[in-house]
Design a protein around this ligand. Structure first.
Ligand SMILES: *Cc1c(COP(=O)(O)O)cnc(C)c1O
Length: 463
């Protein structure tokens, strides 16, 4: 790095031991389209616009912090997944990434199905009018009440996660005079995260039934004998934020191996396999996600090849992207409150939200990028850490970020790619109120999840 590229203020070279931002980006005002929602750009005054609205206007109308969601981008990504997989496969949006009634309606209109993993998510989906037959119900500890509600509602499938649950769902369905369609979730010993996967991952985790030791085969044996269940397939989900398809290749090989064993033992060819979600998105410019059509092609080829080798009919494939659909479509808009330079370390930029609206940095050491969005600046880059307002030193939103050295209280900054696992994981820590989700498009903005109020907080506190 040349001398002139040194940021103003505190030196940054010795404090950065990891992360992508070991050097400031060439242009701090540039908005990398990889990490921003598709309709984002800057207007002639340098103000960021999305869906035809300026962030300054949005902040004025809806306050900060706020999640700003680009509806056209959400729909385009949902449609791209749907189109990529065609009519021979199903795309289930993983509702846990972010779910609201508006989202359910968009998914419905774009022809996607929906994964839920709790009674609350199921209630949201049903209240928005989603066809229950297009809902899959997940979870490692669904309650009797949740299972009963799902079976009664007529969900398209329940994904069975344990031996006890196989018996429980069968019993409940039989009691209701129903035969519930179900898949069995297995763990195939593959764990994938970002650019690596481990093919021999130990199965020491709470989800699924291990393929190892014949446990998955035993689960299938039991499910096939129960009148309350119609076993339609096998489910596998191998990780999150995955860029490398080779983990799916090993997983598909092992799932198809089980299908073959089932055919050999029971004379039954199960009609479906679900390969889960976990496809990665760009949080920073260093990430290079794949397009849905590439993923669809790769997965379809892998499954087809494995089935041909095993002389099996190719089952109907389903996938469950959550992050890859909603993640890139939203950013969190914050107002800068304090700017605190720490001599020879870095500058701490405090915003009006924090770990209560984005727990991912604290929880997973996640990396994000950030930009000044209420104006452009020609000031030198300064190394910052963007932190929240919570009473917790781990309350970090963006660990290492370069922002212009003239950053000041009242500026708006935005953290892109916060559509997934931010609002859905938001908390009330410190009794901070959860931000709204504002959907924008065609110059219009509308609140799809409103900001929490002190009244909301106090309503739960019954004294
Ligand atoms: C979390 C989860 C998903 C979605 O994962 P993303 O990383 O958001 O794509 C899909 N399927 C299952 C079973 C999950 O637990």
């Amino acid at each position: 790095m040349s001398r002139s590229a040194h940021p103003a203020g505190p030196r940054h070279a010795d404090v950065l031991t990891e992360g992508h931002y070991s050097a400031p980006p060439a242009d701090l005002n540039a908005l990398d389209p990889k990490v921003w929602a598709r309709t984002v750009s800057r207007d002639e005054d340098g103000v960021l616009t999305v869906g035809g609205r300026t962030v300054t206007g949005l902040a004025e109308e809806f306050g900060t912090p706020a999640y700003i969601l680009d509806e056209a981008d959400f729909r385009a990504r949902a449609r791209a997944w749907r189109t990529a997989f065609g009519t021979d496969a199903d795309v289930f949006y993983a509702g846990k990434a972010f779910l609201s009634r508006a989202v359910v309606r968009w998914l419905d209109e774009e022809g996607l199905n929906l994964d839920v993993c709790s009674g609350g998510e199921l209630a949201t989906a049903l209240s928005a009018g989603m066809d229950p037959a297009r809902i899959a119900f997940h979870g490692n500890n669904k309650s009797v009440e949740e299972i009963t509600r799902a079976v009664e509602a007529g969900v398209g499938r329940i994904v069975l996660d344990s031996f006890q649950e196989i018996a429980r769902v069968a019993h409940i369905a039989q009691g209701l005079g129903k035969r519930q369609k179900a898949q069995i979730r297995i763990t195939v010993g593959v764990e994938a995260h970002t650019h690596e996967f481990i093919a021999t991952a130990h199965e020491d985790q709470k989800f699924g039934i291990p393929l190892a030791g014949g446990q998955a085969a035993e689960a299938v044996r039991r499910a096939l004998t129960l009148d309350g269940l119609e076993l339609i397939g096998i489910h596998s989900h191998i990780g999150s934020q995955i860029f490398d398809m080779s983990g799916f290749e090993v997983a598909a090989h092992r799932v198809v191996g089980l299908l073959k064993d089932i055919r050999d033992e029971h004379g039954v060819e199960l009609p479906e396999i679900d390969l889960g979600g976990g496809l990665g998105i760009a949080y920073t410019s260093a990430d290079d996600p794949r397009e849905p059509h590439e993923i669809a092609k790769a997965l379809t080829e892998i499954v087809t090849r494995e089935c041909e080798a095993a002389r099996l009919r190719v089952p109907r494939i389903s996938v469950e992207p959550g992050r890859a659909i909603v993640g890139p479509t939203a950013f969190t808009l914050y107002e800068v409150g304090t700017v605190k330079p720490l001599e020879s370390l870095r500058t701490y930029v405090s915003v009006d939200g924090g770990m209560s609206d984005n727990i991912r940095t604290a929880l997973y050491d996640a990396e994000y990028s950030v930009a000044l969005v209420s104006r452009t600046s020609d000031a030198e880059p300064m190394l910052t850490r963007v932190v929240g307002k919570h009473c917790e030193s781990g309350d970090i939103v963006v660990k290492d970020a370069f922002l212009p050295a003239d950053l000041a209280p009242g500026d708006l900054i935005a953290v892109p790619a916060t559509g997934a696992y931010c609002r859905s994981m938001a908390s009330n820590y410190n009794h901070v109120l959860r931000p709204p989700v504002v959907a924008v498009g065609d110059g219009e903005a509308r609140v799809i999840v409103r900001r929490e109020t002190e009244e909301d907080l106090l309503r739960l506190d019954v004294g």
